[in-house]
Design a protein around this ligand. Structure first.
Ligand SMILES: [Fe+2]
Ligand SMILES: [Fe+2]
Length: 312
């Protein structure tokens, strides 16, 4: 049985049959008639589904996240497109698995880019002790290797296997450019590098294989700070309490105006690096998913796609 192509299935009036992946627990919404609403995912694309059918509502409410066989209809309401699920059944076969719906960045590619970025930071003064600390933290058994596999988001930038590692690695490369542009940052290379590595590490607990975890509501900033407590003595012994508190402040404040107000220069700089990286990645993803050259971006409304240089 084929996986439904979400790009086509969402077109207004299009009917499709095949496999779908509901990547988080759907919610029941009251209305003139109760309906169920949630997300379908296929290879980095996430679209909303809704259903007013009683059987669909019962099956999805009972079984939640997972793979189903479904009949769908693409619909549009006030220029918002979604997929209406008209019938659904549990998928009991096992020839298709959740990984078949998830996009993935090759691990070798991530590994070499990560190592290369850390070596470039070592050339700019990153200490051996900090490099060792980073290796120990990202390989901590409590993370079960998921720093390297979890997504950086569920719906937006880098929502693919390896996305968190990729996002952190891209941020390290922006940090390298900042260190080269602003020499006054160089004496803080350990703090800045470690803070970038740790800023989203709590996503390992907020997410679970590209969907929300059971305890998602204690967000990744809270969970990241909690996780690092086990390294407190080691960090204070190798550096100082000030260093440890500065790292905590970066994790707490790295969402800038969208979270707790940043209280340190390091937190604001990591926030800028984070925004530049995630927003540029998200914009390019929206452009790629767009059907036309002009597309709707959540941040700025309609944008014309970037034009390729066409030299003869
Ligand atoms: Fe974050
Ligand atoms: Fe981030």
């Amino acid at each position: 049985m084929q996986i439904i192509n979400l790009n086509e299935a969402i077109l207004n009036g299009r009917t499709s049959s095949g496999l779908i992946y509901v990547n988080s627990d759907p919610q029941v919404r009251p209305g003139r008639k109760d309906y169920i609403l949630g997300d379908l995912m296929y290879k980095g694309k996430v679209v909303q589904f809704r259903s007013w059918d009683d059987d669909v509502l019962e099956i999805l409410r009972a079984h939640g996240k997972g793979i189903y066989r479904a009949d769908t209809l693409g619909q549009e309401y006030k220029s918002f497109s979604y997929i209406n699920i008209r019938s659904i059944d549990l998928y009991v076969d096992n020839s298709v698995s959740e990984e078949d719906f998830q996009d993935c960045i090759p691990q070798e590619e991530l590994e070499s880019k990560w190592t290369e970025a850390l070596e470039q930071l070592q050339a700019r003064g990153l200490s051996d002790a900090c490099r060792k600390l980073i290796d120990d933290v990202v390989n901590d058994p409590e993370l079960e290797g998921r720093f390297f596999t979890e997504g950086a988001a569920i719906k937006h930038h880098d929502n693919l296997i390896g996305g968190l590692w990729n996002h952190s690695s891209k941020m390290l490369r922006i940090l390298i450019a900042l260190l080269d542009n602003n020499k006054e940052l160089l004496p803080s290379v350990d703090l800045m590098t470690f803070s970038v590595v740790a800023h989203d590490i709590g996503k390992v607990f907020e997410y679970d294989a590209l969907s929300m975890s059971e305890h998602w509501y204690a967000n990744h900033r809270v969970r990241g700070i909690e996780f690092l407590v086990k390294y407190r003595e080691r960090i204070i012994d190798s550096y100082s309490e000030q260093f440890y508190r500065q790292v905590q402040a970066v994790i707490a404040g790295h969402h800038g105006e969208y979270g707790d107000r940043p209280t340190t220069v390091a937190a604001v700089i990591v926030h800028y690096i984070d925004s530049l990286e995630s927003q540029a990645t998200e914009l390019l993803r929206e452009q790629e998913a767009a059907m036309e050259s002009k597309f709707f971006s959540t941040g700025f409304g309609y944008l014309e796609s970037i034009c390729p240089d066409d030299l003869d």
